[in-house]
Design a protein around this ligand. Structure first.
Ligand SMILES: Nc1ncnc2c1ncn2[C@@H]1O[C@H](COP(=O)(O)OP(=O)(O)OP(=O)(O)O)[C@@H](O)[C@H]1O
Ligand SMILES: [Mg+2]
Length: 573
């Protein structure tokens, strides 16, 4: 955590200097008070009062001004650190692979970016400087106390170990509790996030009461974790307070006897009491800060868990930039399994797509169609075999150069909040209006876009709210086409298009796929019939391959799937 301060070393250094000035001013003022009492009051010498009182005011002013500077710098630095942390976390989360996100809980990730960052920030903003100032005051006042009167100092020091014991027990008890609080907050946010995304499903199934209860239950767990930490906090401070008051009582008692015996002056005792409170203040503060520290350490752990996570999909050290491709895609004995899965999702898949060919992938739901195409842009790595483009293993080229050359329409269309134009231009933000319109026309999206009053400047909500399913898909197709990729992947992409548009869209897609290597997860018979190669997948294996006519002749399963998916009437010409 302290490493986070390094980039802000200058401000931190200035903050530390201010802190030393404040501590110095605080340590010197009891001496002035002693002088006022002993040389002024007790001696009955009014002329001696003015200078030390003036100096006292000066010390107070110095402490005030530099206290302000120190407080401002600390907050400022902590905000900078939080800014850096959020950016680093975001960039890291973006770069983590599909596998990571398959398993990560959105709410936990969001909690780390918000609440956990705030815990660390709060500690760095106040805690660190308070800790240092406590240490300076503690050591400074102890040294002065021993120089002033070692017997009294000894009495004071005796209270310190018992306070340390109380603090130590407190930290041991609350530390795991803080971890629990953050984890439960994460779970609560996961429930919230799921419900925000799925609010339509919840309402469609009239499950609001159930979800409200689920939220309340999770919320209650958070409450009980919070209450437990509060109990730990509340019990410890009064105890420390009590111990410190015992110390003061002992000092007054012994100091009083020494004054009566003539070994100590009134001023010395008064100064001593001031030092004592200077000593107690940091001790009390330490109690609060240790709580804050324990909490920040737990949060920092959670933050660094993400920052230190390495993506399993990243550029190889010797990765080259994939030169512009012709588009020969080959799978060589590829087997693949999702992390945590018990068996292979794909087994020994081999095929070659020559440049310009259209490959249709067919198979029942769950057979592995999407899994195959996910390996081409290297969303996942195979466990055996390799995927090559123009002979380059996709693991040997940079992700950016690979993915820039592949246009992909994923099975779940996600649009970003912004205008329709921005969404189509997502992969090529500098595209000209003419290019964008051409892509939209090709994807049969231009007409409905032009019908909006704002046209291409129409704003869509997050995930494309405000568009129909089919419209969303056509924007996604336009987005892929705008890249003018040599390799095009369409996953179920046109299934949500109504029958009327289907014919036009098919014409457009046929034209678009020409000259590109295209992978289509087939939904329409026309695509299948015209494909250069049809791969029939069953339980992760290629069970038949060939053209439509060949498969119709040779594969019983192919006939069955066509029957079930498209109806026999359409199949036999
Ligand atoms: N992210 C994932 N993590 C773990 N298992 C997965 C994941 N995605 C898919 N699977 C599993 O892998 C298998 C193949 O899934 P895949 O998505 O490739 O099927 P599909 O042929 O595209 O099906 P559909 O036609 O329904 O889209 C399924 O059994 C599925 O349960
Ligand atoms: Mg799929």
């Amino acid at each position: 955590m302290v490493g986070l301060l390094v980039p802000h070393a200058v401000l931190v250094g200035l903050g530390l200097l201010s802190l030393l000035v404040v501590a110095g001013a605080q340590l010197v003022s009891p001496q002035l008070i002693r002088f006022v009492i002993d040389e002024g009051l007790v001696a009955g010498n009014g002329a001696q009062l003015a200078t030390p009182l003036l100096l006292l005011v000066l010390a107070a002013a110095l402490a005030g001004v530099f206290g302000y500077i120190q407080g401002y710098l600390a907050e400022r630095v902590s905000q900078d650190v939080a800014f850096d942390l959020r950016n680093r976390l975001f960039a890291r989360i973006e770069s983590l692979s599909f596998s990571y996100h398959d398993r990560a809980q959105t709410g936990q990730l969001m909690t780390r970016l918000t609440s956990d960052v705030e815990q660390v920030r709060a500690f760095l903003g106040q805690g660190v400087l308070q800790l240092l100032s406590a240490a300076v005051l503690l050591v400074g006042s102890l040294v002065i106390l021993f120089l002033e009167n070692w017997r009294l100092a000894l009495v004071t020091v005796l209270t310190v170990p018992s306070m340390a014991v109380v603090l130590g027990r407190f930290v041991r008890r609350v530390r795991p509790l803080f971890g629990e609080v953050q984890a439960r907050l994460g779970t609560l946010n996961t429930v919230l996030q799921e419900n925000l995304v799925g609010v339509r499903v919840v309402q469609a199934f009239a499950r609001e009461p159930y979800e409200a209860q689920r939220y309340e239950r999770t919320n209650a767990l958070l409450l009980s974790a919070n209450v437990k930490t509060v109990r730990g906090l509340a019990a410890s401070f009064p105890l420390i307070w009590f111990i410190s008051n015992l110390g003061i009582a002992a000092v007054v008692w012994i100091g009083g006897l020494e004054i009566i015996g003539g070994d100590l002056s009134y001023g010395q005792l008064a100064a001593f009491m001031r030092y004592l409170s200077l000593l107690m203040m940091p001790l009390m503060m330490l109690g609060m800060i240790t709580g804050q520290l324990a909490r920040a350490v737990v949060s920092a752990d959670r933050i660094f868990e993400i920052l230190d996570a390495t993506s399993d999909i990243r550029d190889a050290a010797d990765a080259i930039v994939l030169p512009p491709v012709v588009g020969r895609v080959a799978f060589e004995g590829v087997s693949f399994r999702y992390a945590g899965a018990e068996r292979d999702t794909l087994s020994d898949v081999s095929f070659v797509a020559e440049p310009g060919q259209t490959v249709a992938i067919m198979g029942q739901t769950g057979s592995g169609k999407s899994s195959i195409i996910n390996l081409i842009p290297r969303f996942y790595d195979p466990v055996a075999g390799r995927v090559t483009i123009d002979g380059h293993d996709v693991r040997q080229v940079t992700l950016e150069s690979l993915r820039r050359q592949i246009g992909i329409v994923l099975q779940d269309t996600t649009l970003m909040s912004g205008t329709l134009r921005d969404n189509i231009a997502y992969g090529r933000p500098d595209a000209s209006d003419a290019d964008i319109e051409a892509a939209a026309r090709a994807a049969q999206a231009h007409d409905f876009i032009a019908a909006f009053p704002q046209g291409y400047q129409t704003l869509v909500g997050e995930r494309g709210v405000g568009l129909s399913g089919g419209q969303r898909q056509r924007i996604a197709i336009a987005r892929a086409l705008l890249l003018d990729p040599r390799i095009l992947i369409l996953d179920d992409s046109t299934s949500a298009v109504d029958a009327e548009t289907e014919y036009q869209l098919q014409q457009a897609l046929d034209a678009l796929m020409r000259g590109r290597t295209a992978f289509v997860i087939a939904q329409r018979i026309s695509t299948v019939r015209d494909a250069d190669l049809i791969l029939l997948i069953d339980e992760g294996r290629i069970v038949a391959r060939g053209t439509h006519d060949e498969l119709l002749r040779d594969s019983a399963l192919y006939g069955e799937i066509l029957d079930s998916q498209f109806g026999r009437a359409e199949v036999t010409p």
